[in-house]
Every structure is written in structure tokens, then in C-alpha cells.
Design a protein around this ligand. Structure first.
Ligand SMILES: CC(C)(COP(=O)(O)OP(=O)(O)OC[C@H]1O[C@@H](n2cnc3c(N)ncnc32)[C@H](O)[C@@H]1OP(=O)(O)O)[C@@H](O)C(=O)NCCC(=O)NCCS
Length: 170
């Protein structure tokens, strides 16, 4: 199926941290943020594949800064690379304190989605065409991240991951 989005198009989502989203310290709970990241990256991969997608893997999640009650959470997602039926999405999260006029990057993660048909069978998606140098880097490194996650999931043997071997020199 033809994709309307062969590029690494940006998908954005905004959320306001409300009391029910926080722990007793008034910080956004990690699970709520993972849920929002799942939604924004599902939208990005649906837009690329023009199809229903399911989450198959979540990895390289970092929580570097806490996000406070009342802050605006800006989530930015891009499909870095599409393989056969799966797509890797990179999500960056920023927290904005509107009254203070501050904005900081708080988190990032990679989610992998698979486009499926009505019977939950994987279907082929179109490739991504990187345009900028940064996009090209993300595109190339996506192959190594895919190999790491497939090895961890026991779906690939390390000896079948040439890009990883070359990169780490083993
Ligand atoms: C996603 C799903 C349909 C894949 O089914 P499957 O029988 O494993 O299909 P395949 O072996 O053909 O794999 C399909 C793709 O998923 C990828 N994949 C499977 N497991 C993966 C993992 N742990 N990490 C990354 N990619 C994975 C495969 O590499 C393949 O990608 P490709 O087509 O781009 O090469 C099936 O595993 C599923 O339904 N999972 C549950 C999804 C879900 O409910 N998510 C919500 C979380 S609660």
C-alpha cells in the first residue's frame, strides 16, 4: 500500500499533567508517560503505514528529568525506519512550564510497531526515505537497534547480525 509519509514526518501530541497523573511527590508517573508515548508513536506509525498497528517492543527508555504537576508535556514522534511489517519510532519528550517560560527535554524512547490486517497478521509497509543527515544517522542505527531487540527476544542469533558485529568489532 502506498504510504502518504515516506519521510520521517513529525507527529506531535501535548498533554497537561493533572493531579491524577502524579505520584505523591507531584511528579508525573512513569507509567502514564509510557502510555502517552505509546499513543503518539502509534499515531506516527499508523500515519506511515496507513494501517492499524500494534506495539511489539519498547526499549532504550530513559527518564532523565522529572515532570511536575501543571507542566505541559510535548511528545514528538518520528518513524526512523520501516522494515518489512515493523516500524521503529523515536519519541522525544519535553516538559514546558508555561508561567515560568521554561522548556526541557525529559525523556526519550524507541517503540516498535507492526502493521497488521484484520486477522492480526503482519502486513508489508513502505520504506522510510531519510532526508537530512540526522535522519540518515537514525535510519542507519535503526538496523543495529532492531538486531539488539531481536537478539534479546531470541528471534535472531548474534552471528546473523552483521551490522552489530561491524559496529562493535566482534
Ligand atoms: C506483532 C505480532 C502480530 C507479530 O506476529 P508474529 O507472528 O511474531 O509475526 P512475525 O514473526 O512475522 O513478526 C512480525 C514483525 O514483528 C517483528 N517483531 C516481532 N517481535 C519483535 C520484538 N520483540 N521486537 C522487535 N520486533 C519484533 C519481526 O521482526 C517482524 O518485523 P519485520 O516484518 O519488519 O521483519 C504479534 O506478536 C502480536 O500480535 N503481538 C501482540 C501485540 C499487542 O497486542 N501489542 C499491544 C501490547 S499489550
Amino acid at each position: 500500500m502506498a504510504s502518504k509519509n515516506p519521510k520521517q514526518s513529525l507527529t506531535e501530541m501535548n498533554e497537561l499533567v493533572l493531579p491524577n497523573d502524579t505520584n505523591t511527590l507531584g511528579n508525573l508517573m512513569g507509567g502514564r508517560l509510557l502510555h502517552w508515548m505509546d499513543i503518539v508513536s502509534a499515531i506516527a506509525s499508523q500515519k506511515h503505514s496507513n494501517n492499524v498497528v500494534v506495539t511489539v517492543s519498547v526499549d532504550f527508555v530513559s527518564f532523565t528529568e522529572s515532570i511536575k504537576l501543571g507542566e505541559l508535556v510535548n511528545l514528538r514522534a518520528k518513524v526512523t525506519r520501516a522494515f518489512k511489517s515493523s516500524m521503529e519510532v523515536w519519541i522525544e519528550v519535553f516538559a514546558e512550564n508555561i508561567p515560568e517560560g521554561t522548556r526541557k527535554k525529559c525523556n526519550e524512547a524507541f517503540y516498535t510497531f507492526v502493521a497488521v490486517d484484520v486477522n492480526n497478521h503482519p502486513i508489508t509497509v513502505n520504506e522510510i526515505v531519510p532526508e537530512t543527515a540526522d535522519e540518515q544517522l537514525m535510519f542507519e542505527s535503526a538496523m543495529r537497534r532492531r538486531q539488539v531487540r531481536l537478539i534479546q527476544a531470541k528471534r535472531m542469533k548474534p552471528e546473523d547480525a552483521p551490522e552489530l558485529k561491524d559496529f562493535f568489532g566482534f
